[in-house]
Design a protein around this ligand. Structure first.
Ligand code: 3HC
Length: 703
């Protein structure tokens, strides 16, 4: 039929097989192949048609690489019409993940069967899109409006069992051989005279949707949209499924899909999809690097961080030993882990016996000799270089040869830590983000002497514990924290120049950050930055610099943990509230410094907070700290809640134009001084040549 779609008749059933690795995405060739197979089957001796896939999964969606390029016939709607209008029943046989356009293909079939481990879903929203091949019209017709809305706006797939309960599939096949099971299911349908069931023929009674349902959904989704525009349009499509006939609903869906596929938001989210996969690839590492076996892990330090990291490993079945200095500290650490799991049990997301199983994987000790047999150690004690060096010297003494020795440090020099051992090739940084069992990012820090297989193994283990890994070289703060410097500084400078905390934070939250920088400071603890500044000799002697942060700490306002910082916090709800005391102080302090306060608009707030971050990113790139600009985007989206709909700071900079960013940097340099506003040479070079960071990546073979 074609090199990606084949057709044969098995036991009177026409079997269409898609074989287009890695995920059988609906490329032009696959669409064409399915269309000709289904068309050919109309005139042959087959009694029904089974649509199945080879390889690891059923069709996982449209081919994302085709978006933004001129459309190529046949379009997906044409393929779906051919299936739906087939004179013989078409049955989708699902394994792996039937996602997006793949699931929509199955919804155009007359029946769907799946193996128990299969999942189905419409994840388009995660790419800034909506299902564009009838998903928004067909799912509400069979699963109901509310279930459809939840499924399509969350983008989360459901298991075969759940899908069966929702009516999204008709049969779970118990036969290990899906093709044989599906052929038998097709024969049974034919034998029982099952009709050509078309989802399009179902109508939804508008009276079954409670008044105000769609408005309420829009409001709820807007509150958590963070710059994404797809969720609102998904609501419009589902509304159309209720109010309009099928073909009109499909037209509406297509129109809104087309709007989204050309939007900068979707371009940004598709960039993140590919950047996430690219970040896992280390440019200069041989593909055939043999990985070390990681069967048991030790965590040094039973604090919040150590406990969270231990949970990550236990969650994927890897036994963990937690090491603490005293038995009391150890019991406290193990107790926190138990409490965290219990909360998940209370929420109904974990069964009691599963929790016991997980806790059974986590043991504790106060004796380093007990970790002689582990394959990987992650040190997670507080930030003190001398202490970390002592610990690594001790680990060098007890750990077996070949064990990977990692530090979870956020700032310290991995090479100095490695030098405390006689095996620096086994040492690297694995920087988790708090809470470690929740946050997706893992910065993998490559020391001067880190061995290739240590890096490759760490990237693989990061993926196994379900983290998104990004590689960094050694520098103060690595990629993420190093870039935060100017962002935090300017958020406070703006207060002195005319803003109040709510204004700064709402501008950044309006942009899509999960939390504004000042509220973030309150959450992390203002004393943390205060203490870090005490030890620094490189900061300019400027009374304006971090003035409010310093004064607040000295007043005992350390942020959320003391109930007050830039904001005050409702003791019951922990909601942040503007504090007139702080607002008054801000105005007084500006006056003391003879600063004439002025109106500052959101555009300036965004530029002053985000452009220093981007500028530092450019320095990080030219110094070779990050492999590529898209890795920096991954660090920010997964570690610092930068909005995916903006694609990360470097993609955002490409979008607004590097010339604009550079010009603004120069404008602020002339206003506020070069000690704060010094454009990176790479930013200048790209701005002058009219290039983007993405082009720079490409020219270096990094993308
Ligand atoms: N189009 C093109 N390439 C795709 C793709 C797609 N839909 N889905 C995955 N790939 C590529 C990946 O980029 C990766 O390429 P690489 O090896 O060069 O890095 C390769 O396939 C393997 O992907 P993963 O590394 O993600 O493999 P996993 O096994 O971890 O995950 C998966 C498999 C669950 C299918 C995951 O790839 C996934 O979630 N894919 C995206 C699914 C999706 O979003 N579908 C909707 C697309 S939009 C759509 O269908 C519009 C329609 O409504 C009209």
């Amino acid at each position: 039929m074609s090199d990606v779609v084949s057709y044969q008749i098995v036991d009177n059933i026409g079997v269409v097989s898609v074989n287009s690795p890695p995920v059988n995405a609906l490329s032009q060739k696959v669409r064409e192949g399915i269309l000709s197979a289904v068309t050919a089957a109309q005139g042959d001796a087959s009694e029904a048609i089974v649509l199945r896939c080879d390889g690891r999964t059923f069709i996982a969606g449209a081919d994302i690489t085709e978006f933004g390029k001129p459309p190529m016939a046949p379009g997906l709607p044409e393929v779906l019409s051919a299936i739906e209008n087939s004179s013989k029943p078409v049955i989708a046989a699902i394994h792996g993940t039937a996602l997006g356009g793949g699931f929509e293909v199955s919804l155009a079939c007359h029946y769907r069967c799946a193996i128990a481990s299969a999942k189905v879903g419409l994840p388009e929203v995660k790419l800034g899109l909506l299902p564009g091949a009838g998903g928004t019209q067909r799912v509400p017709r069979i699963a109901g409006v509310k279930a459809a809305l939840d499924m399509i706006t969350s983008g989360n797939p459901v298991s075969a069992k759940t899908a069966l309960g929702m009516g999204l599939i008709d049969e779970v096949i118990s036969n290990d051989d899906l093709q044989a099971g599906a052929v038998q299911y097709a024969k049974d349908l034919v034998a029982s005279g099952a009709p050509l069931r078309r989802i399009r023929d179902i109508t939804i009674d508008p009276a079954t949707v409670e008044p105000g349902f769609f408005d309420a959904a829009r409001k709820k989704l807007a509150a958590r949209a963070r710059g994404a525009i797809a969720p609102d349009k998904i609501v419009s499509c589902i509304e159309a499924a209720v109010e309009l006939p099928m073909d009109k609903g499909l037209e509406r869906e297509r129109e809104l899909f087309t709007e989204l596929v050309t939007s900068p938001e979707s371009a940004a989210m598709r960039h993140i999809f590919f950047a996430e996969r690219l970040a896992a690839k280390i440019k200069d590492l041989p593909k055939d690097t043999v990985l070390r076996d990681i069967k048991k892990v030790a965590i040094i330090g039973g604090g919040t961080m150590g406990g969270g990291i231990a949970m990550c490993f236990a969650n994927v079945g890897i036994p963990v030993v937690m090491v603490e200095v005293t038995d009391e500290a150890l019991q406290r650490g193990l107790g926190i882990i138990k409490k965290n799991y219990s909360i998940t049990v209370q929420k109904g997301k974990l069964a009691e016996d599963q929790m016991e199983g997980l806790l059974g994987l986590i043991s504790g000790t106060t004796d380093y000799n007990d970790i002689a047999d582990v394959d990987m150690v992650i040190e997670a004690v507080y930030e003190n270089l001398e202490l970390k060096k002592q610990i690594f010297a001790k680990l060098d003494g007890v750990c077996k040869q070949g064990a990977i020795l990692a530090s979870n440090t956020s700032y310290q020099d991995i090479d100095q830590i490695a030098a405390a051992t006689k095996r620096p090739q086994d040492v690297l940084g694995l920087h988790f983000f708090s809470p470690a069992n929740v946050m997706k990012l893992l910065e993998v820090v490559r020391g001067e002497k880190t061995a290739d297989d240590v890096l490759a193994t760490s990237m693989a283990i990061g993926k196994k514990i379900q983290k998104v890994c990004a590689l960094s070289r050694v520098c103060y703060g690595f990629i993420g924290n190093r870039m935060l410097g100017g962002y935090g500084r300017e958020s406070q400078m703006l207060l002195m120049d005319g803003c109040l905390p709510t204004q700064v934070d709402s501008a950044l939250e309006g942009f899509g950050m999960a939390m504004g920088p000042l509220a973030m400071g309150d959450l992390a603890g203002l004393d943390v930055g205060y203490k870090a500044r005490q030890g620094r000799t490189d900061l300019p002697d400027d009374p304006k610099l971090y003035r409010m942060g310093t004064l607040l700490v000295e007043m005992g306002r350390h942020g959320q943990k003391t109930g007050a910082g830039f904001y005050k916090y409702d003791p019951e709800t922990r909601r942040r509230l503007a504090d007139p005391i702080v607002e008054g102080m801000i105005v007084d302090e500006s006056n003391k410094l003879d600063i004439e306060r002025r109106e500052i608009d959101n555009e300036e707030i965004l530029a002053r907070c985000l452009y220093p971050l981007i500028n530092e990113g450019a320095l990080i790139l030219e110094e070779g700290i990050a492999q590529r600009s898209s890795d920096i985007d991954i660090v920010y989206v997964f570690g610092y809640a930068f909005p995916a709909a903006k694609g990360g700071p470097m993609h955002y900079a490409d979008h607004v134009g590097l010339k604009h960013v550079y010009d603004k940097m120069c404008e602020y340099r002339d206003l506020y001084g070069e000690q704060y506003w010094k454009p990176a040479p790479l930013l200048k070079e790209l701005a002058e040549s009219g290039k983007t960071f993405a082009q720079w990546d490409k020219e270096r073979g990094a993308s």
